[in-house]
Design a protein. Structure first.
Length: 114
């Protein structure tokens, strides 16, 4: 399984970005998919989760600003990020879970300028 994250870039505070995570196979095979982010020198932190049935959950600080969604036909999961803040600057990773196995994408850098 390969996960390809894309969509990162430089954006001003208050702006928006949409990240994509394209899987090499059907994402219906995964129990759930997640977005994480990591700032250099800090632990990777969970951002959002979407289950195979489409149920979603978010870390409190992202609720109302970020939206995770999926397009099963395109084998892609998205993270729509609105009202971005400088503290959202990080490398964002997509993750997929199947049974006891975790799969990771390569990460995409999001930089939010003040």
């Amino acid at each position: 399984v390969q996960l390809q994250a894309s969509g990162g870039g430089l954006v001003q505070a208050g702006g928006s970005l949409r990240l994509s995570c394209a899987a090499s196979g059907s994402i219906l095979a995964f129990n759930f998919m997640r977005w994480y982010r990591q700032v250099p020198g800090k632990q990777r932190e969970l951002v959002a989760i979407i289950s195979s049935s489409g149920n979603t959950n978010y870390v409190d600080s992202m609720k109302g600003r970020f939206t995770i969604s999926r397009d099963n036909a395109k084998n892609t999961v998205y993270l729509q990020m609105n009202s971005l803040k400088p503290e959202d600057t990080a490398v964002y990773y997509c993750n997929a879970v199947k049974s006891l196995h975790n799969f990771w994408g390569q990460g995409t850098l999001v930089t939010v300028s003040s």
